[in-house]
Design a protein around this ligand. Structure first.
Ligand code: PLP
Length: 356
């Protein structure tokens, strides 16, 4: 432990959920949160753990107007021996600093952030659920705090970490989802903010998602913003295909979010002995490969769902179905392996797991 963070404990601890099997996602928050502040000229100051509570902010606070804000998402997993695992947490704060740089937000001390997460989760250990496939979702975020309406980077920021006990992402289990190819709106463009977890990216994706739901789909497949033909992501997940037995995923190009699950899937597939390709893949090439019967699986990957098999993909007037709409063997094995490592049932590669 580097140094101990001062704690102000709540005087009014909340009731913990009585039935963990009914936990949803992101609805319930624990008793405490981590917070620190940035002041230009002083840097990041005053790291502290305080009771979870609403923030009071001036209506002119810059984040409300110009969206200068970045977040991360990771989970704490309870193991059978009651220890608590984090999965590659340093990667989240490395990525947060990449996002911060793009959004003109001052960088954070990655070690301090990981240590803050560990101390907060340790304090809230009783909130880490133990029912199958549940976890404690960890949400670090940073936002512009100046009360000012001019358009420029803020001189003050707050960084917080809040915790939310969460159930499985898909309560019905690992069922394949139906997806359509979004060919009207784009999520991100080269030179933009697609590689960051900045709040605005998600605001910009909501209309497509709402339209998808209305038409009976669960997610949209995003194409690149320039040619409108290269496959980028599915919803807020990275996307992978099994083509001729190889694991294929779009290469990182500035508009794709560099997912930690994506990276872990690539490394795990190589471990399975699969060939791995990071490359450009257009929707037309996918269609042609599909017609030749060479695309056996498609799945999304991200921290929330881990692996989300895609049963069908609609593009204009054609529908592709993968593995007969059932979970494919690579998707299933990938899910079992990654969740096995996360929950401590399987040994993972060196450094993937950090104990709280
Ligand atoms: C967070 C996120 C992902 C997945 O990243 P992980 O690190 O695997 O959770 C993929 N795409 C988008 C757009 C995201 O926001």
């Amino acid at each position: 432990m580097s140094h101990s963070i001062p704690v102000i404990r709540t005087l009014a601890p909340k009731q913990k959920p009585a039935d963990e099997s009914k936990l949803a996602f992101g609805q319930l928050f624990t008793d405490h949160m981590f917070m620190m502040d940035y002041v230009k000229g002083q840097g990041w100051i005053n790291p502290r753990i305080v009771p979870y509570a609403p923030l009071q902010m001036d209506p002119s606070t810059m984040v409300f107007h110009y969206g200068q804000s970045v977040f991360e998402g990771l989970k704490a997993y309870r193991c059978a021996d009651d220890t608590i695992n984090l999965f590659r947490p340093h990667m989240n704060f490395e990525r947060m600093n990449l996002s911060d740089e793009r959004m003109a937000i001052p960088p954070l001390d990655e070690e301090l952030c990981v240590e803050a997460v560990k101390q907060l989760v340790r304090l809230e250990a009783d909130w880490v659920p133990s029912a199958p496939d549940t976890s404690l979702y960890i949400r670090p975020f940073v936002f512009a705090a100046d009360p000012f309406l001019g358009v420029r980077p803020s001189n003050t920021y707050h960084f917080l970490v809040i915790l939310s006990p969460s159930g499985p992402y898909y309560p019905q289990g690992l069922n394949p989802i139906d997806v359509y190819v979004e060919d009207e709106y784009v999520r991100a463009v080269k030179g933009g903010t697609g590689f960051t977890k900045c709040s605005g990216n998600y605001a910009a994706s909501l209309l497509s998602q709402a339209n998808a739901y209305k038409s009976g789909f669960v997610q949209v497949l995003w194409l690149d913003g320039i040619h409108r033909k290269y496959i980028e992501e599915v919803g807020a997940m990275n996307v992978c295909f099994v083509i001729d037995g190889k694991l294929v995923t779009p290469m990182l190009n500035g508009s794709i979010l560099p997912g930690i699950t994506r990276q872990s899937v690539l490394e795990t597939a190589a471990d399975f002995g699969m060939e791995v390709e990071e490359r450009l893949l257009s929707i037309d090439e996918l269609g042609a490969l599909y017609t030749e019967g060479r695309v056996s699986e498609m799945f999304g990957c991200g921290t929330a769902a881990v692996i989300s098999p895609v049963g069908s993909l609609k593009y204009q007037d054609t529908v592709m179905t993968f593995n007969g709409g059932q979970i494919g063997p690579v998707s299933q094995r990938m899910y079992d392996t990654l969740t096995g490592i996360q929950y401590g049932r399987l040994p993972g590669p060196e450094g993937w797991i950090e104990k709280v």
